[in-house]
Design a protein around this ligand. Structure first.
Ligand code: HEC
Ligand code: HEC
Length: 225
């Protein structure tokens, strides 16, 4: 009686072991399906462009690898910004003498050599194609004249910026971003950032600032309107 029970038990154990073995062999030889393999390849693919400094990897999560930011203006376009301007902003963010709450933790951890690498990289990125601006030629012409009156002294005749003053290149920036920065400068809510412009922005009526933005904004360039 006992011997029969032991025999049955042994047969059961052997069967379970065999099924387990077959299952293990099947699983290891099966491999991912074609769709899974494609997905894995996509995830593993390195999307970092050649020449991008390693320190820019965190920045790219918001500013994107091509430095294009967001056309809605929440994140500025940094591609093509002047090297001196980028370095100046990053030094100040790093040292805590200028604050942009969303960026502070990232800027704080940068080494000085990384600031240089990032600034060189961004300043050399090519122009980004953007949808044509909706502003009329009349609005743009009026904006060009107002810019010449109030802003050229620091930002250059075509909004190209100035290294000596660390004045940003404005030409080709997103309209939403330019408008927001000017609104904040006018309201005096940017702290030490943009303080140099406070006196000027305060004297320009809001509608005129809107026309200046129409001329500067990405989409038609800052040439003759
Ligand atoms: C979490 C998203 C995020 C990350 C990560 C980030 N930024 Fe930004 N950055 C922003 C936003 C949003 C602004 C616009 C802030 C504003 O206008 O108030 C900005 C603005 C900037 C500006 C312009 C500042 C000015 O005053 O015009 C520079 C330069 C910049 N970022 C560089 C970097 C660099 C370099 C890194 C990586 C070390 C980085 N950012 C990481 C979101 C981010
Ligand atoms: C006295 C010199 C001066 C004048 C005049 C001036 N700006 Fe500026 N502007 C600056 C400097 C310097 C910065 C960079 C500020 C910083 O990094 O904190 C700046 C920054 C800006 C920015 C933020 C863009 C960015 O990404 O950094 C905008 C927008 C801007 N200026 C628009 C204007 C407009 C429009 C006028 C004319 C109504 C004007 N500025 C007149 C010196 C000036």
């Amino acid at each position: 009686m006992l011997a029969a029970a032991v025999r049955i038990l042994i047969i059961v154990i052997v069967l379970v072991a065999l099924v387990g073995l077959v299952a293990a062999v099947w699983l290891t030889t099966r491999g991912p399906s074609a769709a899974q393999a494609a997905r894995i390849a996509e995830v593993l693919e390195d999307t970092t462009p050649a020449g991008e400094p390693p320190a820019f990897a965190h920045c790219a999560s918001c500013h994107l690898h091509d430095g294009s930011g967001r056309p809605d203006g929440s994140i500025p376009r940094l591609a093509g910004q002047r090297r001196a301007v980028l370095e100046n902003k990053l030094y100040r963010l790093r040292a805590g003498t200028m604050h942009l709450p969303v960026m502070d933790p990232y800027a704080r951890t940068l080494l000085l050599t990384e600031v240089t690498d990032i600034a060189i990289y961004l300043s050399q990125l090519p122009e980004i194609e953007v949808a044509s601006s909706a502003a009329s030629d009349e609005q743009r012409a009026a904006g060009a004249a107002l810019f010449a009156q109030h802003c050229v002294a620091c930002h250059g005749a075509r909004g190209e910026g100035d290294d000596g003053l660390f004045a940003s290149r404005l030409c080709g920036q997103y309209a939403g971003y330019l408008a927001r920065r000017l609104e904040e400068a006018a309201a005096g809510t940017r702290g030490t950032a943009d303080a140099i412009m406070q006196g000027v922005v305060d004297t320009v009526p809001t509608d005129d600032l809107g026309l200046i933005v129409a001329w500067l904004a990405a989409g038609k360039g800052c040439g003759s309107p």
